[in-house]
Design a protein around this ligand. Structure first.
Ligand code: NAP
Ligand code: MG
Length: 402
């Protein structure tokens, strides 16, 4: 078979630990033999981030703006012990945070559904895609410990000198207080990303907040979603037979559990943090969850939802055989290649990406999988494979399918 050509490069962001090992195996066994891979390579491995004073992360985000499609390997977000482990100059910020801030997007997380890896929720037949707003609220809050009696107020001083005050509470004793914010611009782009992704995937959009209690804050989210929907998306949604649905967050939780799936669930930052872990786990495994950052300008950055799988990496370093699941990392590649093909009208490339996805799913459905899945599958007598062994089995399936 002649290798598939790529007209435009893809931004490739390499990463850390076990996922960096999987990255190399996926390229060697599943991509390079079939595609003339055209990537602009950025090494976001922690050592190189440190050497470049994290400039490489900024450069990679800039390249994503240029080429519109990126694939990212999981990376270490340094903490104190990592600073020591890698002898870092600084405790560099989370690369995902840096990239997100530059591309201003929404993170969509979708499970990879496989027969034999059943969701814990019996009614779920189709994927539920989580859309998490990635700016503000409790993640950018200011907090105060109130030592004793006194009055706490919200004070806004406009640049024109006007002052607006709102009493929070008259404290008779010690307590705590928190102030948080969000921005119209960020909420608008969150809403647009969700509706655009709905159109792109042909899925309904649900959004939930607590507007009955938070009559100004959460209500503002609800109003912005409604306004953007009606002005910019309603016609296209109706034409495609899709719907937008707002409900209270507690009602949404109850409905999600009883639903059969097949929609995008847009959540405010905190709700998205909590609910996406719940949904990911309930679908079977964190290693079967993909993630894509979609910016309102139409940039796409694909990655796995899990981290660098540190525990397995240390086993690997000790020379022990690992059984790390490469599905989410592989689907980050196929997501990016498929999108590259779509934007470049390169049908062959998109078709290859979809075939590789089917080959990976088929391999598991035939009972060949890594340990994390073998422990939970309903398939009788599954064969537990090593990290490389699983990738080699996918290659066999792929070659049969091509
Ligand atoms: P992790 O990489 O998500 O792994 C946590 C545990 O989940 C693993 O020990 C393993 O469980 C299981 N697991 C996750 N992915 C798996 C896979 N593909 N196959 C099999 N099992 C898998 O989290 P972590 O080890 O706590 O974090 C390591 C590093 O990742 C941290 O430095 C963190 O900063 C970084 N991180 C990066 C991102 C990102 O780049 N997007 C996201 C999250 C975390 P068992 O040990 O039970 O086998
Ligand atoms: Mg979380």
């Amino acid at each position: 078979m002649e290798k598939i050509k790529m007209t435009t490069p893809l931004v490739e962001m390499d990463g850390d630990e076990m996922t960096r090992i999987l990255w190399q195996m996926i390229k060697e066994e599943l991509l390079l033999p079939f595609v003339e891979l055209n990537t602009e390579y950025y090494d976001l491995g922690l050592k190189h981030r440190d050497e470049t004073d994290d400039q490489v992360t900024v450069d990679a985000a800039m390249a994503t703006k240029k080429y519109k499609v990126a694939v990212k390997c999981a990376t270490i977000t340094p903490n104190a012990s990592r600073v020591e482990e890698y002898g870092l100059k600084e405790m560099w910020k989370s690369p995902n945070g840096t990239i997100r801030a530059m591309l201003d997007g929404t993170v969509f997380r979708a499970p990879i559904l496989v027969k034999g890896i059943d969701p814990y929720v019996k009614t779920w037949k189709k994927p539920i895609i989580m859309a998490r707003h990635a700016y503000g609220d409790v993640y950018k809050a200011s907090e105060l410990r109130i030592p004793g009696p006194g009055t706490c107020e919200l004070v806004f001083t406009g640049d024109d000198g006007t002052v607006t005050r709102e009493k929070i509470h008259r404290f008779e004793g010690a307590g705590i207080v928190q102030g948080m914010h969000n921005l119209d611009g960020s909420i608008v782009s969150f809403a647009r990303s969700c509706f655009s992704y709905g159109l792109e995937t042909g899925m309904d959009v649900w959004f939930a907040a607590k507007d009955t209690i938070s009559k100004k804050y959460d209500h503002h989210f609800k109003d912005i979603f409604q306004e953007i929907y009606e002005k910019e998306y309603k016609a296209a949604f109706e034409e495609r037979g899709l719907t937008y649905f707002y409900t209270l967050i507690d009602d949404a939780v109850a409905r999600v559990v009883k639903s059969e799936g097949g929609y995008i669930w847009a959540c405010k930052n905190y709700d998205g943090d909590v609910m996406s872990d719940l949904v990911a786990t309930a679908f079977g495994s964190l290693a079967m969850m993909t993630s894509v950052l979609v910016s309102p300008e139409g940039y796409f950055e694909y990655e796995a939802a899990h981290g660098t799988v540190q525990r397995h990496y240390y086993q690997h370093l000790e020379g022990k055989e690992t059984s790390t699941n490469s599905m989410a990392t592989l689907f980050a590649w196929t997501g990016a290649l498929g999108k590259r093909g779509e934007l470049d009208k390169n049908k062959e490339l998109t078709a290859f990406a979809r075939t590789l996805e089917r080959a990976a799913v088929k391999t598991i459905e035939e009972g060949k999988m890594t340990k994390d899945l073998a422990m939970i599958t309903t398939i009788p007598h599954p064969v537990t494979l090593s990290s490389r062994g699983f990738i080699l089995e996918i290659r066999k399936t792929l070659e049969e399918m091509l």
